[in-house]
Design a protein around this ligand. Structure first.
Ligand code: PMT
Length: 223
């Protein structure tokens, strides 16, 4: 039975990979299964928090008694987070958010033509949700990000922590087999706002989520 270190706190968790529509039957997405975000939602709930899980499509069953908000695109996710963040004590962004979305969405299915061997897709940047959240964040609110990196893990993650004004960031090396996207396990380096960092062993996402929630509770206490 977990200690109720988040009793009375409202925590928003995002999970899964956003989908960016190309046409009525196709979309761009990524390999996120939602496992990491769902584990964080379960850990926050076990710690006594009132949890809102904003989820992209996944195959997972959400933890009981968690409020689930289903979204598809990065724009949907941005709207859902920005509408709820003002009433929340903390936000954990575990979702794998698309950085680009199609410039236009075709009304009808895109067709092959006999004279066309190539199709060029034009993409535009999506809104950076954590950067938008940083603009409205109050001093007592806590924001936690993940950084999915394939190179220069620490340097890139530290930049993300600063750019997005985060209190805590969990950096995972998604180029390594057996951790990161879709695995049951993960290994993260936690980076705090003061720049200090420490690495977890490779372990289950459940254990990583519990460690993250403990840190989040400690940061909330000191605010
Ligand atoms: O879902 P699983 O299969 O369990 O996999 C877990 C995971 C690998 C997806 C997860 O651990 C993880 O790393 N999630 C973050 C993925 C990601 O989008 O990382 P990023 O480095 O591109 O973004 C950094 C942070 O900014 C993230 O917290 C992200 O949610 C957020 N972001 C990103 C883009 C954007 N437009 N807005 C954002 O707020």
């Amino acid at each position: 039975f977990a200690p109720q270190i988040l009793q009375g706190k409202h925590v928003i968790v995002t999970a899964g990979g956003t989908r960016e529509r190309l046409d009525p039957v196709r979309f761009l997405t990524n390999d996120s299964s939602g496992k990491m975000g769902y584990a964080v939602a379960a850990a926050a709930q076990a710690a006594g928090a009132d949890v809102t899980l904003i989820s992209a499509p996944t195959r997972l069953t959400p933890p009981e008694e968690v409020t689930v908000v289903s979204i598809q695109s990065t724009t949907d996710l941005a709207d859902a987070v920005l509408a709820r963040f003002p009433q929340a004590d903390a936000l954990v962004m575990a979702a794998a958010v698309a950085d680009f979305q199609p410039l236009t969405v075709a009304d009808q299915k895109i067709k092959k033509t006999a004279d066309n061997d190539e199709l060029i897709l034009k993409l535009k940047k999506t809104p950076d949700i954590l950067a938008e959240v940083a603009k409205i964040k109050k001093s007592q609110q806590v924001t936690v990000g993940f950084a999915a990196e394939t190179q220069n893990l620490l340097a890139n993650a530290r930049q993300k922590l600063q750019r997005k004004s985060l209190d805590l960031l969990a950096a995972n090396d998604v180029s390594q087999a057996g951790i990161g996207f879709n695995s049951d396990d993960n290994q993260v380096t936690f980076i705090q706002a003061d720049g200090t960092s420490d690495q977890t062993p490779k372990t289950s996402k459940r254990v990583i989520a519990t460690a993250l929630i403990k840190r989040l509770a400690t940061i909330l206490e000191t605010k």
